[in-house]
Design a protein around this ligand. Structure first.
Ligand code: NAD
Length: 369
């Protein structure tokens, strides 16, 4: 693939700080692996509002539609809290997700050995954990109609949200999960509430259809989402890929995130339908926000953003080995005891700043070739 293109939207707060460290890794690939990315940068969130009066300019949206992958830092901050809902920084991110039709949200929960003590669970339950939650992101109860708060017949009010899924919405996210499983442990567990919800029955039937007709080589199991939540904290290593709807995925992915410790360690990807080039539209971003409480202090952990770039290497650019190289470099610096402030835990460690962490990861990459 010749010079794949990346649009960087660093955003607000610690977004630009962590993204600077990702730039070091991108530059390393050009210098040491002859893998050159066509990188452009633009504004999103409050930073875009300050210049354009909107949290995502139309030209930026057009660029996002044309590149191979978008890499986003974080948006938001107290300065923008009182803005109208329509121009709040988060609306920029929501516009990207909507117009790129990013229906498949990938949230890995990976526990690096050196950080196993950070989890609220026992070390042997989480050490070496590597699971992937695939959450349907554009349908379900957060979007279904009718919705709203209405007067009730008895003088009270009624709040309504509608869980609604179509065959195609379920099949496309199921395919995304099966594809991922083939690159990993080849197992998918689908979670819903087919015992009490018709949409859950349809979910189970459609996932089974995709399995039988297109991915019979992958192992498929089904679990009720409440039982799945229990299993996630009881014995998470039984899972490889979990696929679930928008609401359950919201909850289960946050539960899984806590298995691994700090927010500063969590990457994510949101994928859409394959474009003309055969690759899915894709947005990669750390799970954390703009962390205004530590912005500008050099305390931000850049690893979530660096691991998000590693996901781009794997899922947008078919560079799985290079993604593993980045993940191993992260593992190495953590094993060496380097710790940003959020990782200063029970085992102490050597305190480092945002840029020192980025430099150390780049050095570990140097040592890998
Ligand atoms: P947050 O994720 O920004 O911060 C929560 C806590 O985690 C803070 O104490 C912060 O210092 C810490 N933290 C977060 N990322 C860290 C990192 N990389 N390294 C070290 N510590 C880190 O969530 P919040 O405080 O609820 O929200 C702050 C702002 O971010 C709000 O405006 C919110 O709307 C926005 N937000 C944006 C996104 C996004 O851009 N995707 C996601 C969540 C929140």
């Amino acid at each position: 693939m010749a010079n794949p293109s990346i649009l960087i939207l660093a955003g607000d707060g610690i977004g630009p700080e962590v993204m600077s460290e990702v730039r070091k890794i991108i530059d390393w690939f050009a210098a040491k692996r002859q893998i050159k990315f066509n990188v452009s940068e633009d504004l999103v969130g409050g930073a875009a509002y300050d210049v354009h009066g909107v949290p995502l300019a139309d030209e930026t949206m057009a660029k996002a539609m044309s590149v191979d992958a978008v890499l986003l830092g974080a948006v938001g901050g107290p300065k923008y809290d009182k803005l109208d809902f329509a121009v709040k920084p988060e609306r920029g991110l929501l516009r990207l997700r909507k117009e790129m039709d990013l229906f498949s949200n990938l949230r890995p929960a990976q526990c690096f050995g050196a950080l196993a003590d950070f989890s609220s669970l026992k070390k042997d339950i989480v050490a070496g954990l590597d699971i992937m939650i695939v959450r349907e992101l554009t349908g379900g109860i957060y979007f279904g109609e009718p919705r709203g708060i209405f007067p009730d017949n008895d003088g009270g009010r009624v709040g309504i949200n509608t869980q609604r899924y179509t065959t195609e919405e379920i099949r496309r996210v199921a395919r995304s999960a099966f594809e991922l499983a083939r690159r990993r442990g080849n197992k998918v567990c689908s979670m819903e509430k087919a015992n009490v919800m018709e949409s859950g029955i349809l979910w189970r039937e459609e996932v089974t259809w995709v399995h039988e007709n297109e991915y019979a080589d992958v192992e498929l199991s089904h679990m009720y989402a409440d039982a799945g939540a229990m299993q996630l904290v009881r014995w998470p290593k039984q899972f490889d890929v979990i696929v679930t709807d928008n609401l359950f995925g919201d909850i289960l992915s946050d539960t899984a995130a806590m298995l691994t410790g700090s927010l500063g360690m969590l990457p994510s990807a949101s994928l859409g339908a394959p474009g003309k080039n055969g690759r899915p539209k894709a947005l990669y971003e750390p799970v954390h926000g703009s962390a205004p409480d530590i912005a500008g202090t050099g305390k931000a952990n850049p690893i979530a953003c660096i691991l998000s770039f590693a996901m781009a290497l794997r899922y947008s650019f078919d560079l799985g080995d290079e993604a593993t190289r980045v993940e191993q470099a992260v593992e190495k610096v953590l094993a060496d005891g380097l710790r940003t402030a959020d990782l200063m835990g029970p085992d102490g460690g050597k305190p480092v700043s945002t840029s020192e962490m980025g430099n150390a990861i780049r050095q570990a990459l140097d040592a890998s070739v």
